[in-house]
Design a protein around this ligand. Structure first.
Ligand code: EPU
Length: 304
């Protein structure tokens, strides 16, 4: 058995790593600083027979109150995995997965590169955003990704080209693996002042339509094809509904906010009720966008 490396700790509270501010401890938290550390952490998880969970910025995540009985892996943004580098042509970039998305948006906009303006104001890491193919009005971030440097949970490593990444609405092929770094390619340039103005408009739109000052995990459900989860939830009367301190926002019905001391179970129960109301009214089964860790019940089972 390998000795426990210094970058792995036992029983670490996850709530501070999430935007909800909710959730119990990780049995193990690994914060690898190098590719070898990543491989060693995965090897240990396999040896111990525990599940691996990849933590990005924790902004699209609900961790159960009892935490997760596995190894949570989180790349440190301070080193190798947090770098944002433009290549010589100025349009190709190499980005560490742990870099904050906001930093990447700022750098490209400052460099006069068009593409990421509509992602301004989205929290989390580049790795999380690419994995979820995050986006706003203009489409997902995945359309600019040309490849990813990945290590699979089984220890194999590869450079996946864009065809291997299978981007679609709020999803990608990044699963059972950790992406360490991405290549991005943009095609258009513009005046940074023009781009900053566009960033400002996107931020304002977001501020006007979303509850950004109270802890949440953003939109709870994906939009069903051709429809809006937010308006379906709103029409079903969800706004203001609550389970203790977990409340459906009155600003946007697809946001659950933690008003003070909501537990993961409060949020979970509320999310199940929201889904039930829309289903009863329309027959549409909303699919969660937020990731749920440590829950034994799958949301799907509540609709038998
Ligand atoms: N609407 C309501 N009531 C509500 C909320 C929305 O009637 O309570 C209506 C709006 O008036 C609008 C329509 O629903 O006509 C769509 O709403 P919005 O423009 O806010 O966009 P959305 O589809 O709800 C999507 C993303 C957001 C992203 C925004 C901005 C999803 C699930 N959500 O929201 O992403 O910020 O567009 O472009 O795709 C997230 O993924 O966490 C997220 C916040």
């Amino acid at each position: 058995m390998m000795a426990l490396p210094g970058y792995i700790r036992e029983n670490v509270a996850l709530a501070p790593f999430t935007s909800f501010g909710i959730g119990g401890p990780a049995r193990w938290l690994a914060e690898p600083a190098t590719r070898d550390d990543v491989r060693d952490a995965f090897a240990l998880a396999r040896e111990w027979g525990v599940r691996i969970y990849i933590l990005g910025g924790g902004s699209n995540l609900l961790v159960a109150d009892d935490g997760v009985d596995g190894m949570v892996v989180r790349l440190a943004a301070s080193g190798l995995f947090g770098r944002v580098e433009a290549r010589e042509d100025g349009l190709s970039w190499s980005i560490g997965s742990a870099a904050p998305l906001a930093a990447f948006v700022r750098e490209t906009v400052g460099a006069g590169v068009r593409g990421l303006e509509s992602l301004a104001g989205i929290p989390g890491t580049v790795g999380g955003a690419v994995t979820m193919n995050s986006g706003a009005a203009g489409g997902g971030i995945g359309r600019f990704v040309t490849g990813a440097d990945i290590v699979r949970f089984d220890g194999t490593a590869e450079f996946l080209g864009r065809d291997g990444l299978a981007f679609d609405y709020r999803t990608s092929a990044i699963s059972e693996m950790l992406a360490l770094r991405f290549d991005f390619a943009f095609t258009d340039r513009d005046d940074p002042f023009v781009l900053r103005d566009s960033v400002r408009r996107h931020r304002e739109r977001k501020r006007a339509s979303q509850p950004l000052t109270i802890p949440s995990a953003g939109c709870v459900f994906k939009n069903p094809p051709g429809d809006s989860a937010g308006s379906l939830l709103d029409e079903a009367g969800c706004k203001g509904m609550r389970e203790n301190d977990a409340v459906v926002s009155r600003v946007h019905a697809n946001f659950v906010v933690n008003q003070a001391n909501a537990t993961a179970m409060d949020v979970f129960r509320l999310v199940v009720r929201m889904r039930e109301l829309v289903w009863r009214r329309t027959g549409i089964v909303l699919e969660p966008e937020i990731r749920l860790w440590g829950f034994t019940d799958d949301l799907r089972e509540f609709h038998a």
